[in-house]
Design a protein around this ligand. Structure first.
Ligand code: C5P
Length: 229
């Protein structure tokens, strides 16, 4: 028997990388596979939530019963998320959003022929989707539109706890989930570190669906304890 821990809740999730075009055939992206976010979407749906998954370019099937919106760039992801966030009780940001994008998009393919120097690109900062959602006004009454309970992710190569604590403060979110496993991108297993203002707790090495179910149970517990709307 699997209790429906998130029955009646709406959960919004971002997953995968973003792709920031340079010209019609090239762009900047990263190695995020989207597996962790898709696993969380599946686990939240299993727990009875209504789930909206905003996905960057990934090669993964949509979990059953989950509504999915595909986007390509950080700005598209931003617009899809900000339009939906106030109607959701939980926002889980697993996407590896590109921090920067090329400042200008070349209309034509940039050609090599005749060039003496390699081209250089000016970059400009992308919006921080999680920080913006975390700044929304809280719901005026239970069930009214407003800021969802926000969960961020941290993929760091070193000093995970330090960076996760810094992210809690900088993004203004109550819970940051760190990737403890080495080079988790694309793998089927991971280990997580839950970090909040009180302290931290590890979820040991397991496949991503097992971890996703544990994280969903943790979020449900926090909502039941009165955190969030
Ligand atoms: O340190 P960083 O800004 O990369 O924080 C990572 C967390 O913030 C992740 O939850 C990621 O999904 C989210 N993020 C975001 N928009 C950005 C950058 C990161 O939502 N532009």
């Amino acid at each position: 028997f699997q209790p429906k821990l998130l029955a009646g809740r709406r959960v919004l999730i971002t997953a995968g990388p973003t792709f920031e075009p340079i010209d019609p055939v090239r762009g900047i992206t990263n190695l995020s596979s989207g597996k962790m976010g898709f696993a969380i979407a599946r686990a939240a749906r299993e727990a009875g939530a209504e789930v909206l998954l905003v996905a960057g370019p990934v090669h993964l099937p949509t979990p059953r019963g989950v509504r999915r919106v595909d986007v390509r760039t950080a700005r598209e992801m931003h617009d899809a998320v900000l339009a939906a966030a106030p109607r959701h009780g939980v926002f889980v940001a697993t996407a590896a959003v590109a921090d920067w994008r090329p400042a200008t998009l070349s209309e034509h393919k940039i050609k090599k022929g005749g060039r003496k120097l390699a081209p250089s690109f000016e970059l400009t900062e992308n919006p921080d989707i999680l920080a913006e959602v975390a700044r929304l006004a809280p719901p005026a009454a239970p069930g009214a539109p407003g800021r969802p309970y926000c969960v961020g992710f941290a993929a760091e190569s070193h000093d995970l706890l330090h960076h996760a604590r810094e992210k809690l403060a900088r993004k203004g979110v109550p819970l940051i989930v760190g990737n403890l496993g080495p080079a988790t991108f694309g793998r089927d297993d991971n280990a997580l570190l839950l970090v909040d203002a009180q302290g931290h707790r590890a979820l040991p090495q397991a496949d991503k669906l097992t971890l996703a179910r544990a994280l969903v149970a943790e979020i449900a517990q926090r909502l039941a304890d009165g955190e969030g709307g």
